[in-house]
Design a protein around this ligand. Structure first.
Ligand code: 5CU
Length: 382
């Protein structure tokens, strides 16, 4: 459901609250935050594929290299004032903030419940301090025992500004097609909590080849590994029948669904030509297709940086009603201009919407904010 608002809403925008930053600073292995001599900001080493460049720097015993691992932890990571400044600079009326990857995936089982509670409370407080401008996707303690996990859903459903959860693809350790997750999906659906599915793990580092860590920066894991991870996770859920088992489940996929809009037809072709699936009755005529699921249970963000990609996302969802604008702030800061000024992540994604749907069109208005306001009920007392 879209509303007639012309508000601009950013549904893909992260925060690392100060307590979470402290947790990362206390760690010695990925993910962690570390200071390197001579670097202006601490560095956040986050991706499994960054291990090799980190090892090289550690072995050399020096961090004088311009090629430091990770990314700088600027004030944009945890400062609420910066988030609001970013929103004001770019004409964003509402942000639906979420903890960034890898969330609480690394937290010990016995600590996960309390950590999730305090992180979610911190997000809730941030939203309450700017009423009407901020909502949030909460974080789940996936490493905790099942009862703690379900209790966490009980906690967040009572938080006024919470509209869903951000989720990685690892689930309880076996991925999102794990039958043990179905009760979690059911609890989220019953409470109208949308899952914002976001990648982190990418593909195994070997696929990037021996030159990657020294020469190609983060381009391959971020541009290709992230979207493939999302695509695979959702395809597995589809094949496992999760969408049929939980018809109320609603998912918002990061990065315009990875490559799903482009590959859904190929997935369909592989299903109907698979002898095993045909024999087991899983490919029968009553089946809801991948296209059906895309049009009934899935929303896509518009973080794809081109009109071409956005067009595919719009077509896959059967129109512009299932797409929502986002920026991925605080990632991808401008490297050659003032960080307090304009960011390409805003301008490229907004331009893509105008190109795909027409500048100022009704469709563009829906993608830029109307869909998010309607689907996520972005009014204060819902
Ligand atoms: O630059 C990066 O590593 C990332 C990341 O980890 N997560 C994200 O959402 N965007 C960029």
């Amino acid at each position: 459901m879209a509303t007639s608002t012309s508000k601009v809403v950013d549904i893909h925008t992260h925060m690392y609250p100060p307590a979470y930053v402290e947790l990362l600073e206390s760690r010695k292995s990925i993910p962690f935050i570390r200071r390197f001599d001579g670097a202006k900001d601490p560095r956040y080493i986050i991706l499994p594929s960054e291990a090799e460049s980190l090892d090289k720097i550690t072995a050399a015993g020096s961090s004088a290299s311009a090629n430091l691992p990770g990314r700088p932890v600027t004030s944009h990571y945890s400062s609420l004032a910066q988030k609001l400044h970013f929103m004001d600079t770019h004409g964003i009326d509402i942000s639906v903030i979420s903890l960034a990857n890898p969330w609480l995936d690394f937290v010990a089982s016995e600590e996960a419940g309390e950590t999730a509670k305090s992180v979610n409370q911190e997000f809730s407080n941030m939203c309450a301090s700017s009423p009407g401008r901020l909502f949030f996707f909460a974080t789940l303690p996936l490493t905790a025992p099942p009862e703690t996990l379900l209790a966490a859903i009980g906690h967040i459903r009572g938080l006024r500004y919470c509209r869903g959860v951000i989720l990685g693809t690892s689930g309880l350790g076996k991925g999102l097609d794990d039958g043990a997750l179905v009760p979690v999906f059911r609890a989220l659906a019953a409470n109208r909590l949308t899952i914002f599915l976001h990648p982190h793990y990418g593909l195994p580092s070997e696929v990037w080849g021996p030159r990657a860590s020294a020469e190609y920066g983060h381009v391959l894991p971020l541009a290709l590994g992230f979207p493939m991870e999302t695509t695979i996770a959702v395809a597995r859920m589809y094949l496992a029948g999760v969408f049929d088992a939980v018809p109320g489940l609603r998912m918002l996929l990061a990065h315009s669904g990875g490559t799903l809009p482009f590959l859904a037809g190929r997935i369909e072709s592989c299903i109907v030509h698979d002898g095993h699936l045909v024999c087991s009755g899983k490919a029968g005529p009553a089946r809801r297709t991948v296209w059906d699921v895309l049009r009934e249970q899935i929303y896509l963000d518009a973080v794809i940086y081109s009109g071409v990609g956005l067009r595919a996302a719009i077509d896959a969802g059967g129109g512009e009603d299932r797409l929502m604008f986002g920026t991925d702030h605080p990632f991808f800061p401008p490297l050659n201009s003032d960080e307090q000024g304009e960011w390409e992540s805003m301008t490229w994604n907004a331009t893509a919407v105008s190109k795909a749907l027409g500048d100022g069109s009704e469709g563009a208005r829906k993608v830029m904010g109307g869909n998010a306001v309607g689907v996520l009920r972005l009014w204060e007392d819902s």
